[in-house]
Write a protein that binds this ligand. Sequence first.
Ligand SMILES: C[C@@](CO)(OP(=O)(O)O)[C@H](O)COP(=O)(O)OP(=O)(O)OC[C@H]1O[C@@H](n2ccc(N)nc2=O)[C@H](O)[C@@H]1O
Ligand SMILES: Nc1ncnc2c1ncn2[C@@H]1O[C@H](COP(=O)(O)OP(=O)(O)O)[C@@H](O)[C@H]1O
Length: 313
Amino acid sequence: MTSSVTVRVPAKVNVQLAVGGVRPDGFHDLANVFLAVGLYDEVTVTPADALRVTCSGPDAAQVPLDTSNLAARAALALAARHGRDAGVHIHIDKDIPVAGGMAGGSADGAGALLACDTLWGTGATREELLDICAELGSDVPFSLVGGAALGRGRGEILTPLTVGGTFHWVFAVADGGLSTPAVYAECDRLRAASGTGATSADVPDPEPSPALLDALRTGDADALAAAVTNDLQMAAVSLRPSLTATLDAGTGAGALAAMVSGSGPTTAFLVEDEAAARKVAAALQASGTCRAVRVTAGPVPGAVTLPAEGATT
Ligand SMILES: C[C@@](CO)(OP(=O)(O)O)[C@H](O)COP(=O)(O)OP(=O)(O)OC[C@H]1O[C@@H](n2ccc(N)nc2=O)[C@H](O)[C@@H]1O
Ligand SMILES: Nc1ncnc2c1ncn2[C@@H]1O[C@H](COP(=O)(O)OP(=O)(O)O)[C@@H](O)[C@H]1O
């Protein structure tokens, strides 16, 4: 009998985040180009009498352990669909910054869903898993599939993208998080204040950039750097003006592109190669403008079940 299942799930960066007007349901239509990068949470599920969540890692204290945790919600959603009890202990070994615009909660939701499906032998189809992911949150389907993808709708309708190489990144982790709804609301406020209006009737439909998709396809870091955009960046910086100094520090150290990761406040720096990554990371660390610095690359695969401990391959 399977005693526990562990799933590893990556963080993401948005290389393009084009935000349309606010919809009647409060969400924004997006052209959201996701790239999965090699910072991971690991979600382990073990049979238990009742649903319970624990978390370890440097940011563990900021993670809710009640049923608002996306991993708990994923287990409950799968159990409800299959008419079974959700008695399971979910442990999250968290390495993805919390509330940092890198989809850590979404990663845990996708990871718990896949892990519970395996533990319980539910046999859910990929489509069913993606459906549940979309119910849990706009970014959760991408956490399951990983790689690179264009997200339309509120980000949940995915088209996989071909990437012709590996892109190197440095991430500067900020002190504290930013609330995603607050950043979208600030984007609307700034748009309304500038006179353009903030609704779907006022803002053009968001479209993926052909130059950006081309840069991904060819694996050209310089071309990607020239094409990256994030419509939430101005709002994140408005709420957290100190991010400007972090962005400037990375640019000054030779990053090809400097941007806010999603809704922030993590900042993302695209660099030429591993040597450039080390240089930019050292400069960011020395600048005193961020709490921690992480070096990684992408694309990487989405949620993956790890071999059971002691298993031979
Ligand atoms: C901004 C992005 C970019 O990938 O991620 P983060 O940078 O926060 O990780 C996403 O759009 C975040 O997706 P996710 O965190 O799953 O959001 P959800 O739980 O679905 O929604 C939380 C809230 O964000 C706002 N929201 C989210 C998605 C969207 N397309 N429009 C929105 O306006 C709404 O206020 C919503 O109530
Ligand atoms: N498993 C989880 N890990 C982290 N945060 C979670 C989790 N489940 C729910 N949350 C909540 O979601 C919020 C956003 O967290 P996170 O997904 O890490 O950031 P972001 O949406 O910026 O990518 C957190 O402040 C926390 O309250």
